[in-house]
Write a protein that binds this ligand. Sequence first.
Ligand code: K75
Ligand code: ZN
Length: 371
Amino acid sequence: TAITYEHIKTCQQTGARLGKVHTPHGSFDTPAFMPVGTLATVKTMSPEELQEMNANIILSNTYHLWLRPGEDIIEEAGGLHRFMNWDGAILTDSGGFQVFSLSDMRDIKEEGVHFRNHLSGEKLFLSPEKAMSIQNSLGSDIMMAFDECPPYPASHDYMKASVERTSRWAERCLKAHERPSEQGLFGIVQGGEYDDLRKQSAKDLVSLDFPGYAIGGLSVGEPKDIMNRMLEFTTPILPADKPRYLMGVGSPDSLVDGAIRGIDMFDCVLPTRIARNGTCMTSGGRLVVRNAKYARDFSPIDENCDCHVCKNYTRAYIRHLVKCNETFGFRLTTYHNLYFLIELMKQVRTAISEDRLGDFKEAFFEQYGFN
Ligand SMILES: CC#C[C@H]1NC(N)=Nc2cc3[nH]c(NC)nc3cc21
Ligand SMILES: [Zn+2]
């Protein structure tokens, strides 16, 4: 099988686990943060820089690459790894989330979803089989099942029907999976904030025996304590010998809270997105580098950070570049923010290995300014 999870140890102080995920394009330690590279690039970063900061796995996106440049062109290039010159691991989302969040919906049928291209307005159709075919062309190491992403909030009845459809679609994805020895496939647990539906969704997918499991729809606006509660009863249903991926999460506090509740993989556009408006994550909280108070501040973004940016550039210089809308400025803030989250996960892994992730959380939340 393409993807295997190696459990190394469980933290004695919390439910967090230290592990490794092995893929055809290398292994990565977990818990891990995965930079998002939606359009076949982690915005403003080169593959060499991603390698340098130990980003061993990145995300890309079926929906976006299907629309532009088209999966046929990427297949002709020899797959997404060759196309973007990245030889680490790649996880592709299935397009489920984008169809429901980007396009004005036409309608959902059992067969699949009819909708309009959010760029051109042309009518499109995406189904479990089509989503699998696109990911097969992209050649990603980890594929995601095509799921129905219901609006938040949704009624219990609506959500129940949606979960049952997502489980039927998941089975169709497994049947359409052409190269299971080269590409892994994760089922996506749905169910909104309904305990019974979350459990039902998890049980349905576990009975289909996926190589890994994602938990979706838990960072679409619900309060963090609801997300934490959902995790507390969802992760125990998932097999301990498979990776668990919490989609679209998240902020530094959510990463720590997710790891404590047994999550192994995270992704979020936050570090790269806020970097492009000049906001940096630092061990003392967020820093808006364009702020006038940094005009003559020749210290690094974060004096506790040993990244290339913090060793060679100052807040004053980065503030100047950002104020002038200079691309290099956003490259520097992006590099640092990604490094910050990758480093945070490294500290989380060390804390797990020393059975003190609870203590780490307390100190980190205090220093960063989380409540
Ligand atoms: C409901 C649901 C669901 C999940 N389904 C798929 N295929 N991708 C996702 C991507 C996400 N990104 C974020 N960010 C807030 N939440 C996500 C949730 C999903
Ligand atoms: Zn730094």
